[in-house]
Ligand binder design. Sequence first.
Ligand SMILES: NC(=O)C1=CN([C@@H]2O[C@H](COP(=O)(O)OP(=O)(O)OC[C@H]3O[C@@H](n4cnc5c(N)ncnc54)[C@H](OP(=O)(O)O)[C@@H]3O)[C@@H](O)[C@H]2O)[C@@H](O)CC1
Ligand SMILES: Nc1ncnc2c1ncn2[C@@H]1O[C@H](COP(=O)(O)OP(=O)(O)OP(=O)(O)O)[C@@H](O)[C@H]1O
Length: 637
Amino acid sequence: MLANSTRGFLWSDVETRTLLNIWGERDIQTALGGNFRNSHVYRDVARRLVIMGFERTPEQCRVRIKSLKRQFILAKEGNLRNNGQYHKICKFYDAMETILSCRPQIDPQELLDSGAVGDETEEEVDTDPPQDPYLESTGESSYPETQVKLEYPPTPVTVGNSTTVRQISSQSAGGPSSKRPKKRHADLALDSVTKRLLEQSAEQNFYQMEEQRLQAEDHRREAKHARELHMLQVLGQMFSSIATRNPVATATPNTAMPPALNTMESMQPGVPMSASGQMRRGRSSHRRVRSPQPQAEWPSHHSHPQSQAEWPSYHSQPQSNAGLVLERSFSLGTAARRGMDDILPLVKNIVPQLTSKKHKGQDGQIAIIGGCQEYTGAPYFAAISALKVGADVSHVFCAKAAATVIKSYSPELIVHPVLDSPNAVEEIEKWLPRLHCLVVGPGLGRDEMLLKTAKEVIEKSKARDIPIVIDADGLWLVAQQPSVIQGYKKGILTPNYMEFTQLYEAMHHEPLDSSDHQRSAMELSVAMGNLTVVLKGEDDLITDGNKVILCRQEGSGCRCGGQGDLLSGSLGVLAHWAYTSSADMTKSVNPSVVAAFGACSLTRQCNKQAFHKHWRATTTTDMIQEISSAFKKLFES
Ligand SMILES: NC(=O)C1=CN([C@@H]2O[C@H](COP(=O)(O)OP(=O)(O)OC[C@H]3O[C@@H](n4cnc5c(N)ncnc54)[C@H](OP(=O)(O)O)[C@@H]3O)[C@@H](O)[C@H]2O)[C@@H](O)CC1
Ligand SMILES: Nc1ncnc2c1ncn2[C@@H]1O[C@H](COP(=O)(O)OP(=O)(O)OP(=O)(O)O)[C@@H](O)[C@H]1O
């Protein structure tokens, strides 16, 4: 049976790697290098792909390769917009580089001699604007193609070690009447000058095309956001009509903000939102700027029904320096906004009483799914942090090679060396009835067998309604197979910036707009079915797709590895507490959000305290030692 019988626009990593393996085969590369018509080569590629279990048309293969080459060239050229991090998210960079650097060098003179003028090879020339990835499989594009007229012989442009062939513009190539030289090696000096000129103009041409390509991309993005906006408007209207039938919900206070899809990036606590009432999208030439409007000038919901019925509005809730709430709400916003004045008291509310009436286990039995030969520290940090925050029991389900090492770090942890055993899922499943929260990913690694086990354990835990925190390599799994957690309301994702980028791009099939993290985080959350997303960074950004909370608890400049594990372990416990607290305690705020805010604040406070003592020498172990006092300071004073 074919692995990919239901074809879609999406190429899985395995499928792409198989395609690259086939495309990189010597005979294919030779065939592509020596032919200006290559449809038969891609027929062969598609045929070989079918043998490997993936059904794709030759055109799909060609388009996919083309797009991979585009990504690779972009990454290579450094013509990037992702804070110079793009090479890290060009997943197949190494494979592309290996293949392209082994390509036979193409002699431009041979191309001229071959008489292939104007007979463009589809394989080598990359002049199309990017295709909408949703339509890659059909080859159609949802936006007008940028016309780049190419009339003259191809000339090589060196990208790294490889040589690709590009067309030259008429001005630079000397016009279509350029004649094929009669003697091939007649004038070497002239040849080399001509070659240099051709190379320069090809480069210029390349940058022009890149510019056009980026513009086309911007247009496409604008169109996408316009569609989103429209959807939001429709939703707003729906909520509005419900609200008019619901007397409680219609009691919306006079806090309607300008109808701007805003971000809080420029906001400081206490600064009115209207000061930043503009839509920040992509490149400057396409920014749509709304005039800043003083808050007072915006009519209330009652006098300006459109302001809430048609537009989602974002409300800033001035907070303590540690936390800031950005909320997108519709007409029913009042209900959602109740209790959002301050998240910290809600975290305090969920912390269980210490009482002699309880027995062991009631305050939390947490399990970490992670730990392999390479990574033993991460699961330990997460598990011990869970204990120090207040869980009664902390388990680690890890690979055999990691178990003894983790046990030797701490006798407090219960370590199960089962993750790489054939009956791993069964072994872990036995424990699920007693577990209150799972933290999947710290030190898990990317071994396929371990990931498969993790995936099945997630499925079993979902069936039991257990909160699941996914971090580190667990997020990699989610980027490959989002459905594993998509739509599960008790799922919490805790990506750092790199992990966030991968997740975002896996869900949206387009590069992350790094200028607007809050919007992107919300989009990711919504795409994942309103899962809670915690984007860690200078400010931690927490969203469930409806509101964004910034955690700005003071930390330090020390970024020792493992802090994220402290966060995910603590979050495991807090999530359990939040989900077992009454709605009164959390004031109906999403329990995952309350827990996430608590875990972020705690991690940052630990970082601050440890840094005061150890300065540059601060390690995660030092931070863990601060959990007790940081917790008390934040949540019990
Ligand atoms: N002691 C242990 O056992 C520990 C084990 N751990 C375990 O290791 C496993 C793999 O985790 P990971 O940390 O290597 O992977 P990930 O976070 O993707 O970083 C990869 C690269 O991305 C970059 N990068 C990262 N953050 C960035 C940012 N914000 N902004 C920009 N760039 C950023 C940075 O690239 P660089 O700067 O080095 O080029 C980084 O090297 C996982 O199981 C985890 O649990 C850790 O928990 C640590 C303690
Ligand atoms: N620039 C920063 N300033 C202050 N705090 C930060 C900064 N970056 C991250 N943090 C804090 O460090 C904690 C861990 O985030 P980090 O980005 O280091 O996670 P990670 O890369 O997943 O960690 P790990 O090393 O465990 O894999 C978070 O609580 C976050 O608030």
